[in-house]
Structure formats: structure tokens, C-alpha cells
Ligand binder design. Structure first.
Ligand code: N01
Length: 537
């Protein structure tokens, strides 16, 4: 029947593309619905200047095909947005995925009718399917702050996650950037190079580690290709899905000069590996304070003006309790004559005027271009905007009124035959995303095979979901992560969003083992019902 595959997948980024490929291999019919005009997900939308991945290219990619690993050549240590998008376009072509994707197709509602999912799209289309898989990403619902007067702004404004494809001409213009998370920290140095003047509106000072990006030498790239089996094994056994092990050195037991040398080496190596070089940095407050102090001194050594340096120095949260950005010349940018920093924690933005930004004190900052690097309604936001309704018409928004809860981040009680790739309660954003995505898709593919073979439907039990929510909370509480009051991990960046620690902080390898155990035991956390029972009920 037309528009009635076994599975509908929403989204065609890393997760959606692999889901289509994997489920086809399983012999299921599958169709993707994608709001964008092309594949890529995050990497389709986030085209802001400086957009680049913080994971290194040789492992920020799929592991499911060794041919793909061998044939694709990355050009830099960290892949830029355009290169990742080309990679995903190549994957879509190589595995002939586009024929099963409807582009420019935005889902407006998805309701379970007691037997099947009924999915309506903005263009008036309707799809039905037995299983609905969401592959909508964790950071795809833009958070534009509700600041009075934005509509009156005479210049142009953009959110980084919805950046115009044709680019934005900032040459010689007065540019403002709101936000100093990973995105702002990537965009600010690049914008500063061509803007007439760049004003950064900072609410929370952030730690950042130099990326040390560079072209990937052919011998280094060849070495990774030769080593892929070992690299993938390491990723599977790791806490964050990265191919490096966390140091086992007790830094506090080291003499001061050795500890300093260890941190200096990690700083020189740069990137997300810095965090792995310091054992217990996210669990031991004393280790974290040493590390945070090291980074604070680096900021003061880099930024010439002492007042600006202090304003850029984080003192309200421990290092890495907010996602640590990776930068190229971020702090150095504040030594440029055309860049100024405005502390909007001390003097909040009161309004956007036709001319620019007005602070609470009355100070005015005239602008031609305003950039919101203000992040996302993370993890739950992309799912809530799909208009999902489960058993008895219950909306996901109602089910999550007190905060998003799931079983294993993979499904939600009350929503049968719905599977959420990297949903709330999964390790997702605390890991290298392609690694987590492949683990989820493989696990879901096995479950769907089981359901098809036995003509079953599946839905997490409320008990299993409650236990998992408690475990997610405990895993976060065993770390320093909840100490960052302004973290998007907690939903704190979106006014009114319930404060629930959203990702699972217990580690990727541990999580994978729990998922495997769930499958091996016959899915005890799910109610598996014969479909004819429901039909005759
Ligand atoms: O968003 P963020 P992001 N007034 O939420 C500020 C991933 N990523 O887009 O901290 C003033 O981190 C907000 O201030 P505060 C990565 O996982 C990956 O930068 O809430 N300021 C903060 O400074 C990352 O963590 C890559 O007080 C306001 C900033 O805006 C995630 O995406 C690259 C404000 C938002 O920071 C999100 O990063 C880039 C307001 N009303 C991003 N509202 C990779 O390399 C918000 N802010 C893979």
C-alpha cells in the first residue's frame, strides 16, 4: 500500500540514514521523512562560520562499513561542516538511500491509532506504519531567546542553527553575538576576522580547550585506516565513545611540577582528549578545581586586558560540567581592536531596538547583524515538536510535563512501537554521536526483527521506565555534572523547561552492556503484546 511502509523514520542525518540502511538489510520496508531539502541533519542546518566537529574526523564517522572507512578521505584533524555534509551525501548515494526519503517534508503530528502510527506532514501528506523511529537529533530545535523588540530590529538576525545557505555578509559591519557555548566559541574568532566591529554578549563565561586543528597528513590518515579494527574496539569499550582511554594517573598524588607538566602536555595535545588526561575530573571536586585553575590561568595568560580576562574566566561551575568547547583562537580574539565583550549576567539584555541591543542599564550597542548562538531545546525539544500522541490520545508533551523520561532513552511508556534514537536518558550528547547512533540503530533493528518474527508490539513498562529515570538521576548525581546550574544538560537554558538531567552519564560501554542484557533477556523492560490481542481487545 502506498505511504504505508513497515517503518517510518523521521530525520535524515547520521541516525536516519543508517536506520534506513540497516532496516532495509533486515528486510523491512522503510521510508524517511526529512524537513530539509537534503540529507545531513545537524550538518545541513549548522552552516555558521567556523562550524566544525569537536570529535576527530577519523572516528566522527560510521563504523558499519569497512569499505566506506577505507574509501573516504578526511582532510583535517577536525572535519568542517561542509566536509561532513559531503560525507553524508556520499553515504546517501553509495547506499542508495535517497529513493526512500521524502525531503522538504515536515512532520506535524504522529498519533498511534491502536494499531499503527498515523503521521501527518505539513504539506498535507499522510503516512502510516507499524513502527515509528525518530532520528531527529538531540540539538536540532533552535532556542531563540524571547527578547522584547526582536521584530523591530532593522538589521538582520540569525540563529546559528538556521544559518542561511548563501552565508551572511559581515564584512565591515557591526556584528553582535549572543552566546558563548561551543557554537559561539567556534563562530566568534571567524566572524571577528571580517566584521567591522564584533560585540560578544556573554551570560556565562566558559572554559575552552584549544582544538589544535591541522591538515591530516596522508601518513596519519593511512595509519588510522590500517588501524580501524583496534580503533573501533577502543570506542566500544570507552566511556564516551571516543577511541582514547581515560588516564589512570592520580594527579593529586603527583608533585606539583609533574601535575603541571601533565596538564601542559594535555593542553598542547588539545581537543576533547584534554578531559581524558585527568582522571576523576568529573567526580573529584579537588581534581576538578586543580584543572579548572589551570585553565583559568591560561585565559589570563592569553587575554591582554586583565578586566576582559577576568570577565571571560568561569568561576560559577566546575570544568566540563557544561559541555567543554574546543576552540581555534577563541580567547586570543579578545586581543583584537575590533572585538569587545559585554557581560550580560551583570547587565542583562533588556530589549532589541531597531538599532541594536539595549541593556538593562540603558547602554546601547548599535548593530547591523545580530547572531544568536543561543543553543537548543536539547534532547526533548526535537521530539516534542513532532506532535506525538500515544495510547488514548495522550500527548508526549503531557507525558513529559514533569521532565522527559524514557526507558534506556529508546522508548516511552504509553507510546507503543515508538523508538527514539539518542533520546533523553541515553548517553547521546555525552558521547561521540555516530558511535551512540550506530549502537541504538543496531539494537532497534534487532528488536524490530524480533517483533516482526513473532507478530508483537512493544512498549516500555512504566516500572522499567521509572527505574531507568532513577538510574539516570543517580548516574548524574555520582558526578559533578549537576553543579552547572546553567547547563542545557539540565534544561536550564530554556525558560520554563523542567530541570531534569537529560543524558545518561553512566558511560557508553556500561550503557551498551545494559542494552545487550535487555535484549538477551527477551526485553523484560518492554511489554511485548501479540498484535491480535490488541486488535480484539
Ligand atoms: O549552545 P549552548 P551551543 N541571553 O546552549 C547563551 C553541540 N555543538 O549552540 O550558559 C544571553 O551550549 C548561553 O548562556 P548560559 C555541543 O554539544 C557541537 O553553543 O545559558 N545569553 C550560552 O552561552 C554544544 O554543547 C559542536 O548562561 C544566552 C549560549 O547562549 C551544543 O551543541 C559544535 C541566552 C548557548 O550555549 C550546544 O552548543 C557546536 C539569553 N537569553 C555545538 N540564552 C561540535 O563540534 C542562551 N544564552 C560537534
Amino acid at each position: 500500500m502506498a505511504n504505508d511502509p513497515d517503518v517510518v523514520v523521521i530525520g535524515a542525518g547520521f541516525a536516519g540514514l543508517y536506520t534506513i540502511h540497516r532496516l532495509r538489510e533486515r528486510g523491512l520496508s522503510v521510508h524517511g521523512l526529512e524537513a530539509a531539502e537534503g540529507v545531513g541533519g545537524t550538518w545541513y542546518w549548522n552552516r555558521y562560520p567556523g562550524a566544525r566537529c569537536d570529535s576527530e574526523s577519523y572516528y566522527y564517522c560510521y563504523a558499519f562499513s569497512s569499505e566506506l572507512e577505507q574509501e573516504w578521505d578526511w582532510s583535517e584533524r577536525y572535519p568542517g561542516q561542509a566536509e561532513i555534509l559531503s560525507y553524508l551525501e556520499h553515504v546517501a548515494d553509495r547506499f542508495d538511500l535517497r529513493r526512500d526519503i521524502s525531503f522538504s517534508t515536515t512532520v506535524v503530528s504522529a498519533a498511534h491509532d491502536g494499531d499503527r502510527w498515523v503521521i501527518d506532514t505539513e504539506d498535507g501528506g499522510r503516512w502510516t506504519c507499524r513502527w515509528l523511529v525518530t532520528a531527529v537529533g538531540c540539538l536540532s530545535s533552535a532556542n531563540v531567546p524571547d527578547i522584547p523588540g526582536l521584530e523591530s530590529f532593522a538589521g538582520e538576525w540569525h540563529h546559528t542553527g538556521q544559518w542561511p545557505h548563501e552565508g551572511v555578509d559581515v564584512a565591515g559591519r557591526r556584528v553582535g553575538v549572543v552566546g558563548t557555548g561551543s557554537t559561539g566559541i567556534q563562530a566568534i574568532p571567524v566572524l571577528a576576522e571580517s566584521a567591522g566591529h564584533l560585540t560578544v554578549f556573554q551570560r556565562t563565561a566558559n572554559f575552552s580547550i584549544p582544538a589544535r586543528n591541522a591538515a591530516l597528513a596522508p601518513e596519519e590518515a593511512a595509519g588510522y585506516k590500517a588501524d580501524y579494527a583496534a580503533i573501533r574496539e577502543l570506542q566500544q569499550a570507552s566511556t564516551n565513545g571516543h577511541p582514547f582511554v581515560v588516564s589512570d594517573v592520580d594527579t593529586l598524588a603527583l608533585p606539583d611540577d609533574e601535575r603541571r607538566a601533565l596538564l601542559e602536555r594535555a593542553w598542547e595535545r588539545g581537543g576533547l582528549r584534554f578531559r581524558a588526561a585527568v582522571r576523576d575530573v568529573l567526580t573529584d571536586p579537588a581534581v576538578n578545581e586543580e584543572t579548572s585553575d589551570f585553565l583559568r590561568v591560561k585565559i589570563h595568560e592569553t587575554v591582554d586586558d586583565a578586566v576582559t580576562a577576568e570577565a571571560l574566566t568561569p568561576r560559577d561551575h566546575p570544568f566540563a560540567t557544561k559541555r567543554p568547547p574546543i576552540d581555534t583562537g577563541y580567547f586570543e580574539t579578545y586581543n583584537r581592536a575590533n572585538v569587545s565583550l559585554v557581560d550580560v549576567r551583570a547587565d542583562p539584555i533588556a530589549a532589541i531596538t531597531p538599532d541594536g541591543v539595549r541593556l538593562t542599564s540603558g547602554a546601547e550597542h548599535p548593530l547591523d547583524v545580530l547572531v544568536f548562538a543561543t543553543g537548543f531545546d536539547a534532547l526533548s525539544g526535537p521530539l516534542l515538536r513532532l506532535g506525538i500522541r500515544g495510547t488514548g490520545g495522550q500527548s508526549l508533551a503531557d507525558a513529559w510535563a514533569e521532565g522527559a523520561t524514557t526507558y534506556l532513552g529508546l522508548g516511552v511508556a504509553g507510546f507503543p512501537d515508538l523508538f527514539t534514537i539518542t533520546g533523553p536518558g541515553s548517553p547521546s550528547v555525552l558521547t561521540n554521536m555516530p558511535t551512540s547512533i550506530e549502537q541504538h540503530v543496531d539494537w532497534i533493528a534487532d528488536l524490530l526483527g524480533h517483533l516482526r518474527d513473532h507478530d508483537l508490539e512493544a512498549e516500555p513498562t512504566p516500572e522499567a521506565q521509572a527505574r531507568w529515570a532513577e538510574h539516570v538521576r543517580e548516574a548524574a548525581d555520582a558526578t559533578l555534572l549537576p553543579q552547572a546550574a546553567s547547563s542545557w544538560y539540565l534544561g536550564a537554558n530554556v525558560p520554563g523547561k523542567p530541570r531534569v538531567f537529560l543524558p545518561y552519564a553512566g558511560g557508553f560501554a556500561r550503557y551498551r552492556e545494559m542494552c545487550d542484557a535487555e535484549a538477551a533477556a527477551g526485553y523484560p523492560g518492554f511489554a511485548l503484546r501479540a498484535r491480535h490481542e490488541r486488535a480484539s481487545a
